[in-house]
Design a protein. Structure first.
Length: 116
């Protein structure tokens, strides 16, 4: 089966976003993830600022951690995503922070983003 495209609405320094990505990897979810930075788009910021991380599918269906972690497997199945693990899913803490994944021109201090 082909990889399912999903979009992850995120922002620099979002630890919950990193946690969701790590969980998708741990599940073995066969997805192609495109990260969408919301910080530089007023409409995206307004829509997602208090909901990130948000996964979106080509059908327009969205999943947010605000929906509850227990909903993730059900949502992935509804999008046609195959995964190796069926039960006992726990949100996986992210691996070590990788500064290479941060947006250029931003500094993170005390959990807040600042332009350099």
């Amino acid at each position: 089966m082909a990889s399912i495209p999903l979009w992850l609405y995120t922002t620099a320094g979002c630890h919950l976003c990193a946690r969701l990505e790590a969980t998708l990897q741990a599940l073995g979810a066969d997805v192609t993830l495109t990260r969408v930075e919301i910080a530089f788009d007023a409409q995206l910021s307004e829509r997602y600022a208090t909901r990130i991380p948000v996964l979106a599918s080509t059908s327009g269906a969205e999943y947010s951690l605000a929906d509850g972690e227990e909903v993730l497997l059900e949502w992935l199945r509804a999008q046609g995503v195959e995964q190796r693990l069926e039960q006992g899913v726990e949100m996986t803490p992210p691996a070590e922070h990788d500064p290479a994944t941060e947006l250029q021109g931003l500094t993170l201090r005390n959990g807040r983003r600042f332009l350099r």
